[in-house]
Design a binder for this molecule. Sequence first.
Ligand code: NAD
Length: 260
Amino acid sequence: MRLKDKVAVVTGAASGIGNEIAKTYLREGAKIVIADLKLDAAQAAAKEMDPSGKNVIAVAMDVSNEQQVNDGIDQAAKFFGKIDILVSNAGIQTVAPVDQFDFAKWKQLMAIHVDGAFLTTKACLKYMYKQGTGGSIIYMGSVHSKEASKLKAPYVAAKHALEGLAKVVAKEGAEHKVRANVICPGFVRTPLVEKQIPEQAKELGISEDDVVKKVMLKETVDGEFTTVEDVANVALFFAAFETNALTGQSLVVSHGWYMQ
Ligand code: NAD
């Protein structure tokens, strides 16, 4: 029980990586707030994790909408009485070459990843600073916080931006015992990645099998996908770490695709 009675908000936890992080935190004794765009999916995930409705709640939130973020975080703090952990995880992917990238799609991706991280951080810091017991903020970066790939201009730009945000929050948050760190996963087979495989095959003119082997997993040490459990274990490590010794850092979990 490494997170006993901590309250954790996980954005985008109706699916994929966020969902596994929520389950892992719950097993470790935390109370969970599933904050997701899709309320019905968030409610179904909350019910599956905790049929009693006492330890896991769902809140509807578009992380790029300031009012919805503030309302959702206030609702969560009111229900559980405090906020100790934020996992800013909600995200999307859109692929196209830069010269053909639709501006509206660029802005949508940047808004969800970068504005979303800022808005949820600001809303949670309000509680974390007031509580006086500190907190842990975890951003879902990517190997794309370190490396570039073709077709992913806004995603690579956004994931790099999260490293900068985490470092500022680490500096400002220190006196309040608020830590900020970034997890940088390699490819994980979630709906976000499943959608990209045919899209990249079309853009690059290669087979879907080649997208997996020659694009996604080419640089790994063993040709393996990272799993949601791998990422959740890192998220647990960051959340449970008690002191400012571990802040402003990023940890890559990618089967060696990127080595620091
Ligand atoms: P996913 O598609 O399985 O889940 C994403 C979740 O975010 C969904 O539940 C979706 O409803 C939610 N969401 C989307 N837009 C939102 C918004 N505006 N407001 C609130 N919720 C919103 O994807 P995933 O693979 O689990 O991705 C989660 C995070 O991990 C993303 O930030 C992604 O960039 C990052 N990531 C994923 C991989 C990977 O290979 N899957 C690798 C590195 C980083």
